[in-house]
Design a binder for this molecule. Sequence first.
Ligand code: F6P
Length: 366
Amino acid sequence: MELVLDKGLRVKLEALYGGSVMRIGILTGGGDCPGLNAVIRAVTRKGIQEGDNILGILYGWKGMITGQHEELTLRAVSGLIHRGGTILHTSRTNPFKEEEGGEKVVATFKRLGLDALVAIGGEDTLGVAHTLFKEYDLPVVGVPKTIDNDLSGTDVTFGFDTAVSIATEAIDRLHTTAESHDRVMVVEVMGRHAGWIAVHSGMAGGADVILIPERPFDLDEVSEAISARHARGKSFSIIVIAEGARFDSKNDKGHVKQTEDLDEFGHVRLGGIGHFLANAIEERTGFETRVTVLGHVQRGGTPTAHDRVLATLFGVRAHDLVREGKFGMMSAVVNGRIGDVTLEEAVKELRTVDMKLFQIASIFSG
Ligand code: F6P
């Protein structure tokens, strides 16, 4: 049964809880990510504890157009902390691709009787949240989600630790085959614009070469590095490459993509550069070279303990922001502590890999 927060009920609840009660919508947009359910649980549990009424908006921004939603009760969020994906489903819908999309979102917000909205997402979802706040005065707060870890304003996003752990485990396992068969193993990880997953998993897994979108790479240099390593007596090599990495100007063919189609935010579907690289290395060095594309395995399944805790802290902070009326803000980790930043700051530019970290990782290459 849906609890409609009409005026009479609101007054009764406010008397019961000794303060104002709010009807808060929550949505998840963009790619799924380990920890989404932990945020949904945290906002719901804390909200209900303080007398609020929490509404799950289905399919991200699409739900704010169609109005698809479900009431989030304590029972609905029970047993969620360890579950991957999102019980609210997600989409890459950009409401501003529709005529009067912003007005439609505002109309749905009013129709559902919402007082505030919590948007959990990455650059695209939070970019929409920022525009809705700035141009439509929508009371929205954000929570930073992405395995790519490329949002500004926060030291880290939830989901990243899980993706790095999965990629590191994969590299560990691929070492076995690389060593046994004297092969070069190329591991393609996610990372559309930023190579955080590649650098962290590459460092943790002891990769011999790490290739990231921020640094176009020279095929000859990579092949020579592999040959030099083998000349020193090593019989195998591991190369970690981010899906968004590119060859330098000599060989650049643009991004390697799976289709020519763009999503509603103008992104191509990446994937496959590992195969190009492997063929080129095999041809140039003569070493047998194999590829593993980790793909969505990095986003699926249970979040690490770190991501469960981070997602919970982000959710609690997001609810605080709503309660304090600090709209247009996002939960964040600022200098190692849970805090908040403006959505404007979070989406103004992507946070790419720190080149000092990349240089440190390079000490262990070859
Ligand atoms: O932004 C996160 C991410 O996992 C990127 O690394 C990747 O390019 C993209 O999402 C893939 O999205 P989808 O699953 O929609 O193809």
